[in-house]
Design a protein around this ligand. Structure first.
Ligand code: ATP
Length: 562
């Protein structure tokens, strides 16, 4: 395909406002693109490389201005280009405002060739920029880029400049390219979407859709060594989780940096060289392998089948306790002084998911199965997240308390039956919202326990004062109280019982509990008209008398603020 045909179509797309029309124009171009289809599908998004590749052209704006100014003639400097850019705000407009050497037929500014540029040639030349390294490479890059601009018409220069600086801005998002691939080659959007999720390469998927159809798209799998987007979490509560699922998979929420680890295994490789087959990617699929040598060493030691692991890298102190997230950042993208920083900040891996194990792609498997595969693949229990399956808020609260006690950020609640959807922030992974402000509430009732806990008061009725000093109920708390605490609380509250009916007792307002909760809801269940969701006992406010406990108007204010 001629580059002029591509830029001509890019201009029509840019001038079009309607999404459907944009998709139609794109689809038509994809059908016409022939062997250049993969490149065209990337160029429309201002990409030379697929999203999963860390490679960049490594061309800074200044280098690009240099190349443009040289192609524009002896009277134009890079400063002039920059000045014009400040006026127009857009590099494409600036590039298109010059007449380049090729157009003027002035051989002095370049080879003087007027050969028509092709998409393939532009792609190849830009890729050579990325490969250029070492001394003098910057000059060579300017030369190469100058050579390209020199042969451009103004319209070609407009889009070349934008591709070089990854600022295509013709109104084409990922969704439009996906839809256009589906429309052009008559394949369902969902199948295109799935293939994109596992490959992160619009060019490749476009080619497969055209040449192999749905079958080819569906056969597109993960590849060890090619990162995929990380599955993300929404904020949510224990109640949300247990309302939706039979039980929740509960894990510690580690406070570190997300990593995706790709472990290749070459059967013939000596153990010592295996580390070269390990790559670590950030959440944005950036290659961070070189910055994290001990993670690489760890995986070389403890994983001996091909695998893709998802997890969190956490900085720890000498005792192995987690350090704040900022400490990980000191290590994460570091290119220099890696060895010295390794001495200063120790990193530990907590793997929590497994996308591929020993030849099997696991994205479609339920979380619980993936976690089992993870445990089987990683030969070190300490590096694999502990996963609690529970439908019991009490048990989850204890798990959370332990996680917080150990210095972690909190807990994650996951749907045990959910598949892994790359890049998706769905409702299958919930990060538990941190406690909203706690409330100090008065105990006005309780219930005797059952079975083993029959001699203890177990569930406590909580109240807030209204403006008349009357206590109005708003919830019961049973969660977060240890057996020991139950015993002391019973001893303390039993003398305050003023009435009893069955297991329920009324208690004289005397004791104030500090409680955490996930949310305050309007509810007819309690006399206040409010109810606490997932209330948890935190402590007895020994320093507070019932008269200084929280008022109903504070509860109302907090409820409104949510
Ligand atoms: P967001 O992901 O919502 O954009 P963020 O980067 O601040 O925001 P968090 O709010 O910290 O992310 O929540 C999700 C992140 O928690 C994950 O991307 C992951 O890095 C981290 N995390 C820690 N422990 C786990 C775990 N057990 N399972 C999944 N993610 C975890």
């Amino acid at each position: 395909m001629e580059f002029a045909a591509f830029t001509d179509r890019a201009a029509s797309i840019e001038a079009e406002a309607a999404d459907l029309e944009i998709v139609a124009l794109l689809a038509e171009m994809f059908q016409m693109a022939g062997p250049d289809l993969p490149v065209v599908a990337r160029f429309v998004q201002g990409r030379v490389f697929p999203a999963w590749q860390s490679a960049t052209l490594d061309v800074g704006p200044r280098l690009c201005y240099d190349a443009i100014s040289r192609a524009a003639g002896p009277n134009v400097t890079a400063d002039d280009v920059e000045r014009k850019l400040a006026e127009t705000g857009e590099i494409g407009t600036v590039a298109a405002s010059y007449e380049f050497g090729g157009q003027q037929g002035l051989a002095a500014f370049g080879s003087g060739e007027t050969t028509e540029l092709t998409v393939a040639e532009v792609d190849e030349t830009l890729r050579s920029l990325a490969a250029a390294a070492g001394s003098g490479s910057q000059d060579r890059k300017v030369d190469t880029l100058f050579g390209l601009f020199n042969r451009c018409s103004p319209e070609e220069a407009r889009y070349l400049a934008r591709i070089v600086l990854s600022e295509m801005r013709i109104g084409v998002g990922e969704g439009a390219v996906r839809d256009a691939i589906a429309e052009a080659f008559e394949v369902p959007t969902e199948n295109v979407e799935r293939a994109l999720q596992v490959s992160n390469d619009y060019g490749r998927v476009a080619g497969i859709a055209r040449d192999e159809g749905v079958g080819g798209l569906d056969a597109t799998g993960l590849e060890v060594g090619r990162p995929v987007q990380a599955m993300l979490a929404q904020a949510g509560t224990v109640t949300d989780a247990l309302d939706e699922w039979d039980d929740a998979a509960v894990e510690t929420k580690y406070d570190g940096a997300r990593v995706q680890i790709h472990r290749k295994v070459d059967g013939d490789a000596e153990p010592a060289s295996q580390s070269t087959d390990i790559s670590v990617y950030s959440r944005n699929m950036e290659d961070v392998t070189d910055a994290l040598p001990e993670i690489v060493d760890f995986v070389a030691e403890s994983v001996d089948v091909p695998a893709i692991l998802d997890g969190e890298v956490v900085a720890v102190d000498d005792a192995g306790d987690p350090l704040p997230f900022q400490e990980v950042l000191r290590r994460f993208r570091r290119k220099h002084d890696v060895a010295r920083m390794r001495e200063e900040v120790t990193l530990r891996l907590h793997a929590f998911d497994c996308l591929h194990a020993d030849g099997d792609d696991l994205l479609e498997e339920p979380l619980a199965t993936r976690h089992d595969r993870l445990s089987a693949v990683v030969d070190d229990e300490a590096a694999v997240s502990t996963l609690l399956r529970s439908a019991d808020p009490d048990e989850i609260a204890v798990f959370e308390a332990d996680a917080l006690e150990a210095g972690h950020e909190g807990i994650m609640l996951k749907d045990p039956d959910s598949t892994y959807s790359p890049g998706n922030r769905g409702k299958h992974w919930l990060k538990r919202k941190p406690d909203v402000e706690t409330l100090d509430l008065v105990v006005t009732g309780a219930e005797w326990g059952e079975g083993r806990r029959a001699q203890f008061l177990g569930t406590f009725l909580l109240s807030a004062r209204d403006e008349n000093g009357t206590f109005e109920t708003l919830g019961k708390v049973a969660t977060g109280i240890t057996d020991e605490e139950l015993a002391t609380l019973t001893e303390r509250l039993e003398p305050e019982i003023v009435a009893q009916e069955g297991r329920e007792v009324e208690i004289r307002p005397s004791t104030v509990f500090e409680v955490g909760y996930e949310e305050i809801q309007r509810s007819p269940t309690y006399s206040s008209g409010y109810a606490l969701r997932f209330p948890r006992f935190l402590s007895v406010r020994e320093d507070k008398a019932p008269e200084s406990a929280d008022t109903l108007s504070r509860v109302e204010r907090l409820a409104e603020r949510q």
